[in-house]
Design a protein around this ligand. Sequence first.
Ligand code: HEM
Ligand code: MYR
Length: 416
Amino acid sequence: MNSNMPKDSGFDKTLRVLKEGYEFVMNRDKEMHTNIFETRILGEKTICLTGSELAELFYDNTRFSRSDAAPVRVQKTLFGEGGVQGLDGDEHKNRKSMFMSLMDNKAMDEIEDLTQKYWHEYFEEIDWNDTVELYEAAKVVFLKVACDWVGVSLQDEDNEARASQIADLYESPASLGIQHWKGRKSRSETEDWIKGLIEGVRNGELEADKDRALYHFAMHKDLNGELLDSQIATVELLNLIRPINAISVWVAMIGLAIHEHPNSAEKLKSANGQQLEWFIQEVRRYYPFFPFAVARVKLDFEWQGYEFKEGTLTLLDLYGTNRHPDDWVDPDEFKPERFEGWQETPFNFIPQGGGSYDFGHRCAGEFITIVMMRTTLDFLVNHLEFEVPEQNFGFEFNDIPAVPNDKVKIKPTRIK
Ligand code: HEM
Ligand code: MYR
């Protein structure tokens, strides 16, 4: 077998990943005219993939596995240890069903109502002389949505501190120094908080609503018919609360999109629900958020003459796939109308991963994300009047997750 996989020449590229961020894979694909290449990251040989064809390969469970794939620094902050992201096979199926069983239409209606309610409440309570950072506001509002929906009670006075502690989990995995260590500390603090609740439900000291995720996760049985270790149930409940909070990153990007694409934004004034949804889909496609998904080659195999060796770290470029010229017309233009009559496959639009929700690792919260973004856009367009002060809307491609520098400041004038 002759493996002629293109190679990114030179030494370990970890520093280049930090420097180029979201554009690391795309830059090399363009230079080498390829959708697949080999490099070295974190001291390991790493295969990088992009585009829908290679996304389909990446999500083939017979060829790739997740155990021991995510870097330790990501597990110690963002994911937590022992959660669904690192499971394979039947164990993954069992754990994922615990998440997917929550994601029905009733839940989406409830999430929509809570999002509306807490955005209204937030702006009803502010001082009208204040300038609001949309990114920070969304963290606070969305933590309330998350806690109500999962069945965790949160005192008003704790809301801001908890929102910022949870935000540390997704603001720290790719950062260095103090910010990264703050993320690790916040992980242990948020785990202590949630673990107390899981144990309280189990020992009867906390009366939990049986329809809520807190109760479901506390009582979920694994493949052997046993309750999850309380530490693991904790990590999984945080796998609901944390990413709901993280949708605030995309709220900031909605603000940026309105600023950068005034023609598209103008059309929102008379838009129906469907058109609002196209706009937020385009935000999810066009702006960076989750850079790549990671897996390991499960067993040696050959694909189109390329050799994949068991255990090799493999990274799928989510951002690049959403802007891939094989899959998208004018990928670098912001055009919400592209979603009219658009042909979706499980692999061509993957800001939250691709493939199957139930049998693969596609994001369990993609519907929640769409509902919360659409409801927030509707609120901003139809229920809030605001001015946009002079500010720095720029963001860095090596800041993961990327957020506009001034966090999207608005000066509200009226709530409708
Ligand atoms: C997995 C992105 C929101 C729960 C993932 C993956 C990505 C992702 C890229 C991994 C895909 C893969 O490994 O192949 C995002 C982004 C979000 C978001 C950008 C926007 C904030 C949510 C929400 C929830 C959620 C709101 C839950 C309420 C999960 C879970 C997994 C996951 C449980 C693990 C799935 C598995 O390993 O099988 N997400 N997500 N995410 N997401 Fe999200
Ligand atoms: C979540 O909280 O799960 C939703 C989104 C968080 C995005 C955070 C971006 C940092 C990703 C680091 C690299 C991951 C490689 C597996």
